[in-house]
Write a protein that binds this ligand. Structure first.
Ligand code: KIV
Length: 252
């Protein structure tokens, strides 16, 4: 699974053969310049889901339910998830454990596939006091497994596990029948997810420990734009070949 927030990225990632495109609420910090994921709305998420769906990807498209879109009651959560489904998502992802059981049940009852998300849940950044690895004690790890089992019993079809020691990622995977997808959860989960801007070298922050950067597109963009600006300043762009032909009568 990889994140995508717009049509071209979805198209290129889909062509690479990924199984799932996640329109993550990381949209907030990765694309829109906010400091955390608490700053996107259902409307903004739906806007980007529409762009990703416009690529008609073969991959399964999942949309993150943004902060507060599922915290104020099951009926509101169903309506908000419906917006994301109508925008083109085939499933929604939400953060939290047993505390979300009623919401998960209501969504599943409304025929909306739900992906869970446990561990270092970014929407809890203020409650956690920062982005801190979770599940580091035996009790905390046990609680994560209990939460995961509750979510599974309410009908989630997959679980993202973020920012936990690798043994916890493995233990969660072994405790569940549904597939787990890890990010900073070690190699023992069924699948992996990364934010595409991290993978491509397009961020302005120090990558987290779990990121593997596969390209340096940030430098490639700066270099390409610098060459363009230089060509314009030196009047070598556009060339004749890059200009429309002049009709004879205009030359007269
Ligand atoms: O919003 C996001 O990007 C996520 C991660 C799991 C990658 O939820």
């Amino acid at each position: 699974m990889i994140t995508a927030y717009d049509e071209p990225t979805a198209r290129y990632a889909d062509a690479a053969g990924v199984d799932i495109l996640l329109v993550g609420d990381s949209l907030a910090n990765v694309v829109l310049g906010h400091r955390d994921t608490l700053h996107v709305t259902v409307e903004q998420m739906a806007h980007h889901v529409r762009a990703v769906a416009a690529a008609s990807p073969n991959a399964h498209v999942v949309a993150d339910m943004p902060w507060l879109s599922y915290h104020v009651g099951a009926a509101a959560a169903v309506a908000n998830a419906g917006e994301l489904i109508r925008a083109g998502a085939q499933g929604v992802k939400l953060e939290g454990g047993a505390i979300r059981r009623d919401v998960v049940r209501a969504l599943v009852d409304a025929e909306i596939p739900v992906m869970g998300h446990l561990g270092l849940t970014p929407q809890s950044v203020l409650a956690f006091g920062g982005y801190k690895v979770q599940g580091k004690t035996r009790d905390a790890a046990k609680l994560l497994v209990e939460d995961a089992l509750v979510l599974q019993s309410e009908g989630i079809y997959s679980l993202v596990v973020e920012g936990v020691p690798s043994v916890v990622g493995t233990q969660l995977t072994e405790s569940l029948d549904i597939p787990t997808i890890g990010i900073g959860a070690g190699p023992g989960t069924d699948g992996q997810v990364l934010v595409i801007h991290d993978l491509l070298g397009l961020t302005n922050r120090r990558p987290a420990k779990f990121v593997r950067q596969y390209a340096d597109l940030g430098s490639a963009i700066t270099e390409a734009v610098a060459r363009y600006a230089q060509d314009v300043r030196e009047a070598t762009f556009p060339s004749e070949a890059e200009s429309y032909a002049n009709p004879e009568e205009l030359l007269d």
